[in-house]
Design a protein around this ligand. Structure first.
Ligand code: FCB
Length: 451
């Protein structure tokens, strides 16, 4: 049994579901620009229309009601609020989120808001994006606007979604917007994001002192490939770069030991910065999909590449468990291990599982039913892992399945379906999958049931 009041939710993100990319005064985001650039997204897909949730949010709330959910994690598109990244709020953008929040509260669903799920105003990227410290100040300004506009009704906020993914994929490997491929850019961007996390936290608390504020971190239990000391050290470094690169600066005012040394000058760390990054997050959001296997590269590899010299770790997914359609190994124990490690290392903080889920592209059968039994197994096993961690002392308050709907999966376009609800993208018709029906029962009974 899960405790009374446990939050059963789903998660989505603005660019992945809203569509209406240029309606009601919304400005261009880096994801609009990136998706409109030929060759960046599988099949040339874009989020221009996506699930059309900008217009169909009432239907989406009805789906959540049908699933007996009491929490909805969604994000706000910064360029709907500040089309060019600064200045006064666009009233129509605020109205959209305000109506959504009211609709959720009416349905007795907690609005659980992510302030930044990757859609930076393009105008800010033109001015340097996450490479320039000014963006941290702009972010705090935007957070202040949202806290004032919605903080009378929204109490639980996340500043960022997966800071290490959008800095790594956006600045180091170039697979996400804004598409840079540079180690130095990754390092600089991560420091600016850490400064923004501190500034955003303070702005939110200044406007709404009783708000609960955290971040949704992508996490992955990092295991050494062998029992050698080198691989064990590599696994600790993998843990530091993947799981705590944006958490330690907040909770302890320091960077964790991920790198062979901390390149402070290249990262443009200034004196006094680590006091600015330090903020007592009220909860730690965990997004977890898979584990990581870490090993140490050999000497030749290390001297041949600047990146491996600085970060001497090879990271791979595990190969023992079954794979989902996107190729990620299903390994529920990673959920237990990660929640327990955070519980131990940070003195039993409040944890929210802000995302977990799987891509299986099962569609409707002849009678229109979506029999996605593998998704049911995925969530059942991950929830059992959460329950076990809670029995062992972890303070977990909620679980948010990624995702409410099949949606735009970043560089994969619409080729990967994570939803508890099937979306026919030609008609926008939504059909709750078997997994959604199962989840409804879990939420109503507060219990995962027998398999
Ligand atoms: C996470 C993202 C989310 C979604 C899932 C599958 O990394 O936060 O937007 O794409 O993966």
């Amino acid at each position: 049994m899960f405790p009374k009041g446990f939050y059963w939710g789903t998660a989505t993100a603005s660019y992945q579901i809203e569509g209406a990319w240029n309606e009601d005064g919304k400005g261009e985001s880096i994801w609009d620009r990136f998706a409109h650039t030929p060759g960046k997204i599988k099949n040339g897909d874009t989020g221009d229309v996506a699930c059309d949730s900008y217009h169909r949010w009432r239907e989406d709330i009805a789906l959540m009601r049908a699933m007996n959910l009491n929490s909805y994690r969604f994000s706000m598109a910064w360029p709907r609020i500040q089309p060019s990244g600064s200045g006064a709020a666009n009233a129509k953008g605020i109205d959209y989120y305000s109506r959504l929040v009211d609709g959720l509260l009416e349905a007795r669903i907690r609005p659980f808001v992510t302030l930044y799920h990757w859609d930076l105003p393009q105008a800010l990227d033109d001015a340097g994006g996450w490479l320039t410290r000014d963006t941290a100040d702009r972010f705090a300004e935007y957070v202040d606007l949202m806290a004032r506009a919605l903080g009378d009704r929204v109490t639980d906020w996340m500043l960022f979604n997966e800071p290490s993914v959008f800095t790594y994929s956006g600045y180091l490997i170039g697979e996400h917007a804004p598409g840079h491929k540079s180690l130095v850019d990754f390092l600089r961007a991560s420091h600016v994001v850490n400064l923004a996390q501190g500034a955003g936290f303070r702005a939110l608390k200044a406007a709404r002192p009783t708000a609960r504020v955290g971040t949704a971190f992508n996490m992955s239990a990092c295991e050494p490939a062998t029992t050698s000391e080198e691989d064990k050290l590599a696994a600790e470094r993998a843990h530091a770069i993947t799981n705590t690169w944006f958490l330690e600066p907040a909770l302890r005012g320091r960077y964790p030991d991920a790198l062979a040394f901390l390149p402070e000058t290249a990262m443009r760390i200034q004196s006094g910065d680590m006091e600015k990054t330090r903020v007592p997050l009220d909860f730690i959001g965990i997004n977890l999909y898979y584990r990581t296997i870490a090993s140490a590269p050999g000497t030749i590899e290390r001297v041949a590449h600047a990146q491996e010299w600085l970060f001497p770790v090879n990271m791979d997914g595990g190969q023992q468990g079954p794979k989902t359609d996107i190729g990620w190994e299903v390994w529920p124990k990673a959920m237990y291990d990660m929640v327990m490690r955070i519980t131990r290392d940070y003195n039993r903080p409040v944890i929210e599982i802000t995302e977990s889920g799987c891509s299986y592209n099962d569609g409707p059968n002849a009678s229109g039913v979506i029999r996605d039994s593998r998704r049911i197994e995925y969530h059942r096993e991950h929830l059992a892992a959460v329950a076990r961690a809670m029995a062992d002392g972890a303070d977990v308050r909620g679980y948010h399945a990624w995702s409410l709907l099949d949606n735009f999966e970043w560089a994969e376009g619409y080729s990967q379906s994570f939803g508890l609800t099937y979306v026919d993208f030609k008609t926008q018709q939504r059909t709750i999958k078997d997994s959604g029906r199962w989840y409804a029962k879990v939420a109503a009974e507060n219990w995962v049931g027998a398999s």
